[in-house]
Design a protein around this ligand. Structure first.
Ligand code: 6R9
Length: 581
């Protein structure tokens, strides 16, 4: 029924080396992810196979073979190298889900660069923080988005190349360079950079509770985890037509929207247009999609629109559905079984883990509402909230934790060794990242709470910090608060997630105003737009509550957790015991 036997069989004598078998990869072959996803698929005789079916707004549709993927990623790799970019340089990819995003991602990896994808809806401040932190050397973008870069260019001395890959060449400014890979001469051969398993590959920024977003650094050997989970959990097979709905600005869109499936030579579909149920179902129908990986917010939106649009389409091609990013409620699993004849299988993982860690296996009995069990080779536990010892008895809530050492694990938070160390329970003081990630006496603590039932199934409870999960996207409260206080009217600000039927959480801001400013509808709009433009639509508060003064700890820190508890109707507890952390 699925790729290789049952969960129990897979657990027996598990060894990550099996990922190489699944890919047919032999020792001594080039490990470069860009090469594996393109040249290697062509070399095994699949150059004519469709790699990418792309649809945009309106009726724009384009189809590319693995041969095209190889040539166009070569094109980007050579162009970047010719520009003087070197292996190890961070190269940001800042565009909508257009074909060049996919070609350039693989091209960057082929030339040894570090691909830094950023969500195209990010505003100038979100961009600036992440480009500055990464010391990004080049950014690949489009005419539509280049304006945001122009605004911040002066503040980014390390950013030497602004490359526009689509749009109108005549409208470029300053030293911007135009490169249209499909119009450029075809690059038939490019010797992909000889990486080691530990060569940096992808840098994804992720939000925490305090401080600005952190760059989670991945390496080329992450491919073992991504390929194996794509094969076993997404159950991808050679004749599948696969659709991952995530944007590569987020980790799901790279690990499972690029690397996992293409390393296996699977045909992928990309829809670069807004969400409507009818559009999505039409996309599945037209392309005969078989495997679909999506997120609870999207599933809840589909549920809201009911069965009518489902019945108006032929979705009989679907054979396997999976979900990630937020808690997948039992109702959504039951609903999908009713209307699609297939349950969505929940999977749990993070930017930091690089690949799926806990999941429902094809063939494993599903308990709707549970995230399933740890992937073979992953040692997982829930740890006591205080002692950080694994909890033995069933159903008690603790912190989800993993033994270090799985292949797709992040290798560092860029330039933040202390924060990296703080993620490992039991870490010796001053330990280096390399010691931590291989030390199997430690636990990597995920920052999420869950319990494990008597059958070994994991049940998500919530985050252990104040990070806001809106529609499966993590947004850091600190980032929003820092931007809010830049607004001329705002003196102090706190941002929390408030419950939302579809998105699970949306951002709510509490603000106190500077003298001379009064709450008003116009001010509210002005604050919302300010954040939308500076950060992103996701970070924009959906509600603003004005307060005379914000509640604070004795040392003057804003009590975000107290505001959150009030909003969620939770027990606020004894205020005097609220810790000052
Ligand atoms: C892949 C991805 C990670 C955080 C994670 C948790 C939440 C992810 C979940 C889930 C409940 C699931 N999360 N999967 N919560 N059930 N199946 O989403 O990475 O953007 O880093 O988010 O998302 O809170 O810690 P990332």
């Amino acid at each position: 029924m699925s790729n290789i036997g049952s969960y129990e069989e897979r657990l027996k004598d598990f060894d990550w080396g099996i990922a190489k078998e699944v890919l047919g990869w032999e020792n001594g072959e080039l490990l470069n992810i860009g090469h594996i996803c393109t040249d290697r698929i062509c070399a095994r005789g699949q150059a004519e196979k469709i790699a990418l079916i792309w649809e945009g707004f309106g009726d724009k549709k384009r189809t590319y073979t693995f041969g095209d993927l190889r040539i166009y990623s070569n094109g980007f790799a050579k162009f970047l190298r010719d520009q003087g970019l070197k292996p190890g340089d961070r190269i940001c990819i800042f565009m909508d889900k257009i074909p060049s995003l996919y070609f350039s991602f693989l091209g960057v990896l082929k030339m040894g660069g570090v691909a830094q994808p950023l969500f195209s809806a990010f505003g100038d401040e979100s961009l600036e923080v992440r480009l500055e932190s990464a010391g990004t050397a080049a950014i690949l973008t489009t005419r539509k988005h280049v304006k945001k870069i122009r605004k911040i260019l002066d503040k980014l001395p390390e950013l030497k190349h602004v490359i526009v890959v689509e749009g109108d060449e005549s409208k470029l400014k300053g030293e911007e360079v135009f490169f249209d890979v499909e119009a450029a001469p075809r690059v038939e051969e490019f010797d992909a950079y000889e990486v080691t398993p530990e060569t940096p590959s992808v840098l994804h920024y992720t939000s925490g509770t305090t401080g600005q977003p952190k760059g989670a650094q991945h390496v080329h050997s992450s491919i073992w985890g991504q390929a194996l989970t794509a094969s076993w959990v997404l159950d991808l097979r050679d004749d599948d037509i696969y659709w991952c709905t995530a944007d590569p600005g987020w980790v799901t869109g790279t690990s499972y929207g690029i690397i996992g499936p293409w390393s296996l030579g699977v045909t992928q579909c990309v829809l670069d247009s807004g969400f409507t149920s009818a559009r999505w179902y039409q996309f599945i129908q037209d392309n005969r999609i078989t495997v679909w990986y999506s997120a609870p917010t999207a599933i809840r939106s589909l549920m809201r629109d009911g069965v009518e649009p489902v019945n108006a389409h032929d979705l009989s091609s679907l054979r396997h559905l999976a979900s990630v990013g937020e808690p997948l409620n039992a109702e959504a699993v039951i609903w999908s079984e009713e209307v699609f004849g297939l349950p969505f299988l929940d999977t749990f993982w993070q930017t930091e883990t690089g690949a799926m860690m806990i999941s429902n296996y094809p063939g494993m009995p599903i308990k709707p509402g549970s995230m399933g069990k740890p992937f073979p080779g992953i040692e997982a536990a829930v740890l006591d909230l205080k002692t950080h010892e694994p909890i033995e008895e069933p159903d008690r809530v603790g912190l989800i934790a993993f033994r270090p050492g799985w292949p797709a694990m992040f290798r560092a938070y860029r330039n933040k060794p202390d924060i990296y160390r703080s993620k490992f329970a039991g870490a010796p003081e001053g330990a280096e990242p390399d010691e931590l990630r291989t030390n199997t006496d430690l636990w990597y603590v995920s920052g999420d709470r869950a319990s494990i039932d008597a059958d070994g199934y994991y049940w998500f409870v919530g985050r252990d910090d104040d990070v806001i999960n809106t529609g499966g996207h993590l947004v850091g409260p600190f980032e929003i608060e820092s931007a809010l206080v830049e607004h001329e009217a705002i003196a102090e600000a706190a941002a929390i997630g408030k419950p939302d039927k579809v998105n699970m959480e949306v951002v709510k801001a509490f603000v106190s105003l500077k003298p001379g400013f009064e709450p008003s509808g116009d001010l509210e709009l002005s604050i919302m737009n300010f954040i939308r433009k500076k950060l992103s639509p996701l970070a924009m508060p959906q509600e603003i509550e004005y307060m005379e003064k914000l509640p604070k700890t004795r040392s003057g820190k804003i009590l975000r957790r107290y505001l959150r508890a009030l909003e969620w109707g939770e027990d606020v507890g004894d205020l005097s015991t609220l810790e000052d952390d």
